[in-house]
Design a protein around this ligand. Structure first.
Ligand code: NDP
Length: 398
């Protein structure tokens, strides 16, 4: 029985809180803290109504390390689940170090003033976390997160050598809005509009934004066009999956989404540098975020499914083999259960389970740890139990 502190009361934070409340045998005491207290209070009310579980709430500016350390010391949790924004990763890692508590997040650090994500800033904490006998678990969402675990599972149970991995992410849902993003708009648009990148034969190959596309047959959804993007899990998987020759990440977008994004980019609304407006400094991307629907607000009328997984090719017992490990998640079902849409749900469930693995002692790796370095089996057992059943399909080898 452990205490947990969740930081960030957005779409994902709501799901994590519900899921920790469903795992009461593990998390005896839940505190949800965020910049805006009213958002924590709204989730607290919902968790009481739907789960009959009481939680604590607190206000915190997680950019302020001293403030976060004081909160951690007051709550005294076994683990901090960071589901604020990637900008807060480093200050929250600093605070966990100072307070002596394990750390977990779902997205790697991004500097505010540069649209770039890389693990180098978080890998720099390796020795400090090791010396403090603490664990910092990187990327325990769906992708990164479950996708890393699917790769670890394929390596452990299905292959002697893995040669190729395609991570394929399809959201075939319909939220009825002309344009909206499924998670934080700023982070989402920065990711999609960046150059693509994939890894082949020991080197990174860079592509123009959305330059390469391919049609994949997504389970329970059917054929959809997906675009090659750079995604953070590629950076750790190339180091941790043995024998890998190629790894790529693909995501589907509808034509309307791409058209909106192109127009926003062309008119300068996706700029992240400050511009002068009537004597005030305005960052267009931050202003755009205020105009777009809050991702959490999409949940109520969302229909359709997400279908995300890993297509893994390699060799077993001297013979070529190809499998698809995947999960399908229904937006409307998520709303019924925790009042969220499937993108927040598929991120929040694994964030809770990563924390559960740490506090139950099933995973222990002091220092900065990646999901694929952990034992996939207990995680995958819980994944199915807590709402994300997963499947393995053998595919014909091409
Ligand atoms: P939201 O924007 O909905 O929520 C973010 C929350 O963090 C908000 O409540 C916000 O507060 C809070 N926050 C921001 N800055 C601070 C701060 N300085 N101190 C305290 N709280 C702060 O985002 P999501 O819930 O959609 O996403 C959460 C995280 O999950 C992101 O890092 C995102 O990249 C990641 N993610 C990962 C995925 C995966 O599969 N691995 C998929 C989807 C998301 P306020 O309300 O005041 O703005």
């Amino acid at each position: 029985m452990s205490k947990v502190l969740i930081i960030g009361a957005g779409g994902v934070g709501g799901v994590v809180t519900h899921k920790c409340a469903q795992a009461k045998d593990t998390f005896s005491h839940i505190t949800l803290a965020s910049r805006t207290l009213s958002k924590c209070e709204a989730i607290k009310k919902q968790v009481k109504e739907l789960r009959n579980v009481d939680i604590e709430v607190a206000q915190v500016d997680a950019d302020n390390v001293a403030e976060t350390v004081a909160l951690i010391k007051k709550v005294n949790p076994k683990v901090v689940i960071n589901v604020a924004l990637p900008y807060q990763d480093l200050p929250i890692m600093d605070a966990c170090l100072e307070a002596g508590v394990d750390y977990l997040d779902t997205a790697n650090y991004e500097p505010r003033d540069e649209a770039k994500f890389e693990y180098k800033w978080q890998w720099a904490y390796q020795d400090r976390y090791k010396d403090a006998n603490l664990m910092a678990l990187m990327g325990s969402g769906f992708d990164p997160g479950v996708t890393n675990i699917f790769c670890a599972y394929a390596q452990k149970h299905h292959f002697d050598d893995i040669h190729e991995i395609d991570i394929v992410d399809c959201n075939a849902g319909d939220h009825g809005k002309a344009f909206a993003t499924n998670f934080n708009p700023e982070i989402n648009l920065r990711e999609v509009s960046a150059n693509g990148r994939y890894w082949r034969d020991g080197e990174w190959i860079e592509t123009k934004p959305l330059e390469i596309s391919e049609v994949f047959d997504f389970p329970e959804v059917g054929e959809r066009k997906a675009y090659l993007l750079y995604h953070e899990e590629l950076e750790s998987l190339v180091q941790n999956i043995k024998g890998l020759k190629q790894i790529r990440f693909w995501m589907t977008f509808g034509d309307a989404y791409i058209k909106h994004m192109e127009v926003l980019e062309n008119v300068g609304m996706m700029r992240i540098d400050p511009v002068d407006y009537k004597g005030q400094k305005v960052i267009p991307m931050e202003f755009l975020k205020c105009l777009l629907p809050d991702p959490g607000s999409l949940a109520e009328n969302y229909t359709g499914k997400t279908s995300i997984g890993c297509i893994v090719k390699g060799v077993k017992d001297g013979k070529p083999k190809k499998i698809f490990v995947y999960n399908v998640c229904d937006h409307a079902e998520c709303y019924k259960e925790v009042r969220s849409q499937a993108v927040s749900y598929t991120t929040g469930v694994p964030a809770m389970i990563g924390a559960k693995m740490i506090v139950e002692g099933k995973w222990r790796q002091e220092g900065v740890a990646h999901m694929e370095q952990q034992d996939p089996d207990p995680f995958l057992d819980d994944l199915a139990k807590f709402g994300l059943p997963w499947h393995v399909k053998e595919l014909p080898v091409d």
